[in-house]
Design a protein around this ligand. Structure first.
Ligand code: BG6
Length: 468
C-alpha cells in the first residue's frame, strides 16, 4: 500500500447536520421532498438527523480518538447561499469554518464535497434545477464562494458526489426530487453536471489554489454473465451506456461512441453546444484524481427483444432481503443476480474483489490516482443491553475490501485516500435510520442522540494505528 494513502471516513450534510432551518439556512429540494407522504422509509427526514450542526465538536473528538487521518464532508449550499446566489450567509460560513478548524486542530485533514444532492429549492423552482443549463453559472459561483472561504485550509475538493445517482433517480426512476420522469432531462441533466464539474475544476486551477480536485462517481464494475459472445457484447454495451458514459465525460471529456449514438438516435439528447467538448476536455486534463464510491458490482447478460425493461419491481428500502429484480434495455442488456456472492439485507452484492478489478480498469482507462470516497456496509445493528454493538460483519466487510485495495496497489493503482461510509450512523436517504453504516452508533430513539463506539470503531482505530 502506498505510504501516502490516508485512512478516513465520510458523511454528507443532509444526512447528519439537522438544524434544517436554523441560522439563515433556506430549504433544499430534500427538505421538501421528505415531507411528501410515501417518499422515504416511514417518512423519515433529516430535520434533526445526527444533530451534527450542534454536536460537531463531540463528533470530531471521537474522530480524533480513533486516529482518523482524513474526514470527507459536504457543504449545504442552502446554508451559505440561501438564495442560491447573491448574499452570503455568514452564519453558514462560520459553521464550516468552525468545523474545519476543529478538524485541523485535532490533526484530521478536512476534505470537502461541494455538492451532495441538496440543491436549493429556490433554484429548482426558478428554472428547473439540473435540467437547465442555467445551473452552470450558479454552481460555479457557489463553488467560488467555497474556495474563497475555505481553500486556504482545505486541500482536497470533490466537486460532485455520484452525479448519475441523483440525476437518474430523479429523472428516470421517480425516487429522488424533483421526480420528473423524462429521459431527455436525465441526459441533459447529467451533461450539465459534467459541465459544472469542468468549470469548477478550471476555476480552481486558474485561481492557483494549492490543493487537489476531482469528482466522485458511483462506480459499479460489471462482469459478463458468461463466455457467450452475446453476454460479452451486452456487458460492453451496458458499460458504454452507463459505467463509461458516466466516467468518460468527466475524466476524458467525451462520451463513449456507442452510447452517444444510441442516446442521440433515441432521444436526441444530450444537447451538446459549441464549446462544451473543449471545456470538458480542458478540465479532464487538469483533474487531479478520480473519486469512486464503491459498494457493489453487477453481472450483465444479453436481454432479448421481448426481455425486461428498466421498470418493474420496487427498490428494496426496507431491508427485507430477496427483492432483487432484473432490469435492462430489451435487445441490449439486463443485469442479473450474481450467484457467486452474498447479498446484504438491502440486496446489494458483497464483492470485495470487485473494487480491485474496477480500480485496475480505471488505471488502464484514465491513468489517474484514485480517491476512494465511500465504501461501507449498510446493515441492521443491534444495541446490546450492556451498550455494546458487535458489528463483526462490518469489520469483515471493510477489512476484506482493504485487502483487495492493497492488492490493487500491488497492480499499480495509486490510492490517495480511503474513506469509509460512514463515520457515525446517519440518515440513509430513502431507507431511514435503520440502515446503519457508521463506526459510531447513534441512538436515534434517545432524546440526546447518544453516541456509542461500535466494535468496528475499535478495529479501525487499531488498523490506522498500525498503518494497515
Ligand atoms: C451513496 C451516497 O450513494 O451511498 C450516500 O453518496 C449514501 O449519500 C450511500 O448514503 C449509501 O446509500 P444508501 O442508499 O444505503 O444510504
Amino acid at each position: 500500500m502506498s505510504k501516502k494513502t490516508l485512512w478516513g471516513s465520510a458523511s454528507a450534510a443532509y444526512q447528519i447536520e439537522g438544524a434544517y432551518k436554523e441560522d439563515g439556512k433556506s430549504l433544499s429540494i430534500w427538505d421538501n421532498y421528505v415531507r411528501i407522504p410515501g417518499k422515504t422509509y416511514k417518512g423519515t427526514n433529516g430535520d434533526v438527523a445526527c444533530d451534527h450542526y450542534h454536536r460537531y465538536k463531540e463528533d470530531v473528538k471521537l474522530m480524533k480518538e480513533m486516529g482518523l487521518q482524513i474526514y470527507r464532508f459536504s457543504i449545504a449550499w442552502t446554508r451559505i447561499l440561501p438564495n442560491g446566489r447573491g448574499e452570503v450567509n455568514q452564519k453558514g460560513i462560520d459553521f464550516y469554518n468552525n468545523l474545519i478548524d476543529e478538524l485541523i486542530a485535532n490533526g484530521i485533514e478536512p476534505a470537502i464535497t461541494i455538492y451532495h444532492w441538496d440543491l436549493p429549492q429556490c433554484l429548482q423552482d426558478e428554472y428547473g434545477g439540473w435540467a437547465s443549463r442555467k445551473i452552470i453559472d450558479d454552481f460555479t459561483n457557489y463553488a467560488s464562494v467555497i474556495f474563497e472561504n475555505f481553500a486556504d485550509r482545505v486541500k482536497k475538493f470533490i466537486v460532485m458526489n455520484e452525479p448519475a445517482i441523483f440525476i437518474n433517480l430523479a429523472y428516470l426512476l421517480d425516487l429522488h426530487p424533483p421526480c420528473d420522469k423524462d429521459p431527455v432531462k436525465a441526459l441533459n441533466g447529467y451533461h450539465h453536471t459534467a459541465l459544472c464539474h469542468a468549470k469548477v475544476v478550471n476555476l480552481y486551477k486558474e485561481k492557483g489554489y494549492d490543493g487537489i480536485i476531482g469528482s466522485s462517481i458511483a462506480f459499479g464494475p460489471t462482469y459478463p454473465a458468461s463466455d457467450d459472445p452475446k453476454d460479452i457484447e451486452a456487458n460492453k454495451n451496458h458499460n458504454d451506456l452507463h459505467v463509461w458514459w458516466e466516467m468518460d465525460i468527466y475524466f476524458k471529456g467525451e462520451y463513449p461512441k456507442y452510447g452517444l449514438d444510441y442516446y442521440q438516435k433515441k432521444f436526441n439528447a444530450p444537447v451538446i453546444e459549441d464549446g462544451d467538448y473543449e471545456l470538458l476536455k480542458s478540465a479532464a486534463k487538469k483533474n487531479d484524481f478520480i473519486g469512486i464510491n464503491y459498494y457493489q458490482t453487477a453481472v450483465i447478460a444479453y436481454n432479448p427483444e421481448d426481455g425486461v425493461g428498466s421498470e418493474g419491481g420496487k427498490m428494496n428500502n426496507d431491508g427485507k432481503k430477496g427483492q432483487f429484480v432484473e432490469r435492462g434495455i430489451p435487445g441490449i442488456y439486463k443485469s442479473i443476480k450474481n450467484n457467486n456472492v452474498e447479498y446484504t439485507d438491502w440486496d446489494w452484492a458483497i464483492d470485495p474483489d470487485g473494487i480491485r478489478y474496477g480500480m485496475v480498469q480505471l488505471k488502464e482507462r484514465y491513468g489517474q490516482p484514485i480517491f476512494i470516497s465511500e465504501n461501507g456496509l449498510g446493515a441492521f445493528d443491534k444495541l446490546e443491553a450492556d451498550g455494546s454493538i458487535n458489528d463483526d460483519y462490518r469489520i469483515k466487510f471493510i477489512s476484506d475490501h482493504i485487502d483487495a485495495i492493497k492488492q490493487a496497489t500491488k497492480e499499480g493503482v495509486d490510492v490517495l485516500a480511503y474513506c469509509t461510509w460512514s463515520f457515525t450512523d446517519l440518515l440513509s436517504w430513502l431507507n431511514g435510520y435503520q440502515k446503519r453504516y457508521g463506526f459510531v452508533h447513534i441512538d436515534f430513539d434517545s432524546k440526546d442522540l447518544t453516541r456509542r463506539k461500535k466494535k468496528s470503531y475499535h478495529w479501525y482505530k487499531d488498523f490506522i494505528k498500525n498503518n494497515g
